[in-house]
Every structure is written in C-alpha cells, then in structure tokens.
Design a protein around this ligand. Structure first.
Ligand SMILES: CC(C)(COP(=O)(O)OP(=O)(O)OC[C@H]1O[C@@H](n2cnc3c(N)ncnc32)[C@H](O)[C@@H]1OP(=O)(O)O)[C@@H](O)C(=O)NCCC(=O)NCCS
Length: 417
C-alpha cells in the first residue's frame, strides 16, 4: 500500500478540514466547515493520501512574531509560519505519518527561508522529538470578584471605558491589538480574516455561556489603548443570590494604566461571583494590584507557543539582546541542517551569529528544542541546565548566557491558531 504525501489544493479543502476535525474527535457542522475552509491556506497545506483519501494533514498560517529587543529599541518582528491543522486519521495512527509530515514540512519551511516555525501543541509529548521547544507558558486565573479590591497605590483611571457592539469592535480592536502586539515578545499578528471569524462568536463555541461582549479603554486624550472581551457563563441564581461567572477572553492593553482600568472594569461587573481568565501571561501584574492577593488563584500553568529553530544563525541574528557577550554554542540535533557550532556575538545594536571555526572552543551545549525554548527569554539557560538539558562546558558561561537570552517582558501570545 502506497501512501502519497503531497500538497493539498483548494478543491480538496473540505476533505482536509473534515480530516482535521475527525482527528480531534468531532464532525464539523456546515458553518464550521465553511469557516474552516475559508481559513484554508493552500500554500502551506499538505496531506498524506491513501487510495485518494486524505488520512493525514498539516498546514500553516503566515504570521508575524514580535522578538526581544536591545535596550531602548523597538521590538523587532519576524515572519513565522504558524503550524496548524496537524492530524492523522484514527485508522492510520502510530505508523509514522506525523513523522513523515513533519520532516517534509520542516524542510519545506526552511527552504522558503523561515528562520523559525511556531505551533500550539494539543499534547506536550508530541513535538519535542521534531526539535520544537516550549517557548512560552500561560497561566489560568480565578478571581473572587467580591474580594478583589485594589490596593490604594494602584493609580485611579484617568480615562474611560466604552462598551462596543461587535461591528465597532471589529474596527477598533485590530488597531489596538496591532499597537499592543509590538510590546511583547512572542505576540503574533491577527489578520482581517481572523478578526472576521472571531467576531462571529458562533453559539457552538460559547461553552454554554452568553455572547461575547467588548469594552474598550480610552486614555484621557481619547485614544483607545486597550480592550477586554468577556462573556457571562450560565446564569446562576441559587436561592435568589446572583453567582454568575465571567470568563475573560482577551484583556489587551498598550500600557499599565489601561491594563489596570480594564481589570477594574471586569472585576466590578455586577451579579458576578468569580472571574476566570484562562489565558494570561506569567508576568500578569493583577496579583500585585490586589489588597487581598490570595483571592486570585492560579488554576493552571502550561505550555503555550512552541518554537522550532530552522536556521540557527538567522534566528539568533533576528532578535535583540541586552548584554554584550560572545558565546560559542554547540547546538545538537538529529537534523543535520540545524545542528552545528556557532559563535553568537551580542551588543546593544543587535546580535550576529556565524558557524564557529576550528580554534573556537565550545562553551555551552544546547539541544535544538531547548534553544527554541530559550529564544524569546521564556526560560533561562540556567534553569534548563538545572534540569540537565543544557551543558556548561566553560565554567561561568551559564551566567553570561542567562544575560544574553533574558527578556525583561515575559514572552506570550494571545492568539490561538
Ligand atoms: C498526534 C498525532 C498527529 C500523531 O500522529 P502519528 O502519525 O500517530 O504519529 P507518528 O506515528 O509519526 O509518531 C511518532 C512518534 O511520536 C509518538 N506519538 C505521536 N503522538 C503521540 C501522542 N499523542 N502521545 C504519545 N506519543 C505520541 C509515537 O508513539 C511515535 O513514537 P516513536 O517514534 O518512539 O515510535 C495523531 O495521534 C493525532 O492526529 N492526534 C489527534 C489530533 C492532534 O492531537 N493533533 C496534533 C495537533 S497539535
């Protein structure tokens, strides 16, 4: 039996989408099928076919990711493929089809000149073997609204909140997001098609809750600088007492004043007992704003974006650095096109990276996936060394590597793709 791996064209988009849904254990309804087909990217879609039927899939979205910067610099950005729609039919699992698809896709993305690929993993066991590293985490928060008074030192809001209907949100939110995404490493752009799809807020994706609501924050000068989107959960009035839950979808701000105002707004919503915020960065400041911080609980911390370095010198030269250092790093990998010994020189302007020469001795040995994990500053080389994953060959070089890879802003992306 031959299983052919090839690109998937637009006329095959529906069967591609159906296979992805099936791999994840569901059947798309007509609306889901139409929306997923609209998102289909023929330039990146590949499939494995068994007697003409698609049995394994993968795709990608062309995205732009924000990277760490040197001191006083704007954060640079880089084009990254956001790998998506990875699925294998239940009839064809554990026969190496994902491995075949990954090998093909990684080579293809490298040939197209991408230094790095990104994805969100359904399970954290899957992608490390292909050289992807856990580059960002999220935390889920649960806050008791009625015990969520702010400390007196949180500055009072000098701007104002404004409720938005979805069509107004569709005009304003992309502008605010485009500003905010340049302030955090790891953040990804959202294109017009993504917004259109998101704002539809189909009932099937509401988890039994109400429709999504939107509220924007405007600074004192009238400029929109943040928004929160949220939904009330199932209405709950035990013995006549309102105990509703609100779930925060996005809470995005272009500065700390807007961020505080958005949290104040959502924690002051009436009839609400608890606010859930399932997708927040690890450096979320809300805990430090609360007078009674134990009333905010972290209910989950887990992996979010995974990065695969495809071209080590290009990837390391693309981000900025806050330390002047010279490191000789050996990157280990089963992939001969990615491994090697490299010299990384960093300074306030930028970094440069090239293959190491004979006399330049290795100081640090890092697996390719762990280089992906360190890339945005989401985990330090020292932490990885303590876990036995990074090897300090030259004594003392770990501290220098920590300074080189650190980011003052914790990496995070708000996009699910
Ligand atoms: C995850 C999935 C794509 C794997 O496809 P597959 O064709 O079975 O994977 P492969 O046969 O190439 O497996 C390669 C290796 O990964 C391991 N592996 C793959 N998926 C795994 C999983 N979910 N849990 C544990 N191990 C897994 C295999 O055991 C194999 O290990 P080995 O090389 O030591 O033998 C498939 O199970 C699937 O479609 N799952 C549901 C949808 C999903 O989660 N997709 C990923 C979206 S991010």
């Amino acid at each position: 039996m031959t299983l052919d791996l090839r690109s998937v064209d637009r006329s095959e988009a529906e069967s591609f989408v159906r296979l992805v849904y099936q791999a994840f254990g569901s059947v798309p309804d007509d609306d889901e099928l139409a929306r997923a087909t609209e998102r289909f990217e023929p330039d990146f879609a590949i499939g494995v076919f068994d007697q003409g039927r698609v049995v394994a899939t993968a795709g990608a979205y062309p995205l732009e990711m924000t990277l760490p910067a040197g001191p006083g610099r704007d954060l640079p950005t880089m084009a990254v493929p956001g790998v998506t729609a990875v699925g294998v039919a239940p009839t064809h699992r554990r026969r190496g089809l994902l491995t075949r698809i990954m090998d093909h896709q990684l080579a293809d993305l490298r040939d197209r000149g991408y230094p790095v690929a990104a994805l969100l993993a359904s399970e954290s066991i899957i992608y490390g073997r292909f050289g992807y590293g856990w580059a960002q985490s999220y935390q889920s928060l649960l806050i008791e609204s009625d015990r969520a008074a702010f400390r007196p030192d949180v500055p009072a809001d000098t701007g104002r909140m404004r409720l938005l209907e979805p069509d107004e949100a569709g005009k304003l939110l992309p502008l605010v997001h485009d500003r905010a995404r340049h302030l955090r490493p790891g953040e990804l752009n959202r294109n017009a098609r993504w917004w259109k799809n998101h704002l539809k807020d189909p009932e099937k994706e509401r988890g039994g809750g109400e429709a999504r609501m939107y509220a924007a924050h405007e600074s004192a000068s009238g400029e929109a600088d943040g928004w929160v989107s949220y939904r009330y959960g199932k209405q709950d009035w035990p013995e006549g007492i309102p105990r509703h839950q609100v779930e925060v979808d996005d809470l995005v701000a272009a500065g700390p004043a807007a961020q505080a105002a958005l949290w104040r707004f959502v924690l002051d919503l009436d009839l609400v007992e608890e606010v859930k915020a399932p997708n927040r960065p690890l450096d979320e400041p809300l805990r430090w704003m609360l007078a009674d911080p134990r009333r905010l609980r972290t209910t989950e911390v887990a992996d979010h974006l995974w990065l695969r370095i495809l071209d080590v010198p290009a990837a390391l030269a693309a981000r900025g650095y806050r330390a002047d250092e010279r490191l000789v790093i050996e990157v280990t990998s089963a992939d001969p096109s990615a491994r090697g010994r490299f010299v990384l020189e960093t300074g306030p302007e930028s970094g440069s990276c090239r293959p190491a020469k004979g006399g330049e001795n290795t100081q640090l040995v890092v697996g390719l996936a762990d280089l992906g994990a360190m890339y945005l500053g989401g985990v330090s080389p020292s932490t990885l060394a303590a876990a036995g994953r990074v090897n300090e060959v030259a004594p003392g070089v770990l501290a220098a590597a920590d300074r080189v890879f650190a980011s003052p802003v914790t990496p995070f992306c708000t996009l699910h793709f």
